[in-house]
Design a binder for this molecule. Structure first.
Ligand SMILES: [Fe+2]
Ligand SMILES: [Fe+2]
Length: 284
């Protein structure tokens, strides 16, 4: 359906007409797995987005980011969508402030030279040190312009890691909020699964496997909640099916990653999941 649309044009989101239709198209992407329940949910997400994006100073800042680095613009809209779905799934308090923070988390990139952001290859150490500063620049910008809501820490903390290997401050697990830990996961998932100028997108399963394997860096409880929300489970995950049987994922089809082939543990039978017959209930 509608696959002829150019993703870059769809993400433009500035035309007055077809705004909800654009969101329906964007959110039909298999990267969102089964996180979206129905069309009404998409409409609500679109409404929130346009409400935020039409208010100053968000409007000016996001438009500047779009002009400066279109890939980062796509990524922040995607982060906003994933943040809306995930904050709902985690039942976080202050969800409107949270999704605003998700949309604005990379706004500090406005202070980074364009050629570093669009560089087609590995950055030199000095350039990377400069790119890292987008976290602190974002914190400053948000403290200055959006002082009514506590969102600046999301810009500051989204590249931190639980083991202290992140930046800008190298803080560890106990100094990071659940909100920041959730955004760290969303941010990496979004960045890995979207096309970038310097590399093609990785699959959802590849990104999720990376998050599961980086257990010292990402909150694993939160990662599992994220998998549960998307309903995408890498090979070898053990899952409980809706008929209560335990099964092991043996193959994840790239066209419908949320409907894997599984081996029923009790009978060793291989079953291709069909939405109508069986559904994964949870992840163990
Ligand atoms: Fe960032
Ligand atoms: Fe980001």
């Amino acid at each position: 359906m509608m696959k002829a649309k150019n993703i870059k044009t769809v993400f433009d989101l500035t035309k007055a007409e077809n705004r909800v239709e654009d969101f329906l198209y964007i959110m039909s992407d298999k990267r969102y797995g089964l996180a979206i329940k129905n069309e009404d949910e998409v409409k609500k997400i679109a409404e929130t987005f346009f409400e935020l994006i039409n208010m100053e100073p968000v409007k000016t800042l996001i438009n500047e980011l779009k002009k400066k680095d279109y890939y980062t613009y796509i990524h922040v809209v995607d982060t906003f969508i994933l943040g809306t779905l995930f904050s709902n799934h985690l039942n976080l308090p202050n969800q409107l402030a949270y999704v605003k923070g998700c949309l604005m988390h990379d706004i500090g990139k406005l202070n980074i030279p364009s050629d570093f952001l669009q560089f087609n290859g590995p950055l030199k150490k000095k350039q990377f040190e400069e790119v890292k500063l987008h976290t602190l620049a974002g914190e400053d910008l948000l403290n200055t312009f959006i002082n009514t809501m506590e969102v600046a820490f999301l810009a500051r903390d989204h590249h931190e890691r639980l083991d202290g290997s992140g930046y800008p401050h190298g803080v560890t697990e106990e100094n990071l909020t659940l909100e920041a830990k959730a955004l760290m996961i969303i941010d990496v998932y979004s960045a890995m699964t979207l096309d970038r100028p310097y590399r093609a997108a990785l699959s959802s399963v590849e990104a999720l496997t990376f998050l599961l394997e980086s257990e010292n860096q990402f909150d694993q409880k939160c990662v599992k909640k994220f998998l549960e929300m998307l309903h995408i489970f890498p090979v070898n995950s053990t899952v409980r099916l809706s008929n209560k049987q335990l099964a092991r994922v043996v193959h994840v089809p790239s066209s419908q990653p949320y409907l894997p082939d599984v081996e029923i543990l009790e009978t060793e039978a291989i079953v291709k999941l069909r939405e109508e017959v069986l559904a994964i209930e949870s992840f163990y």
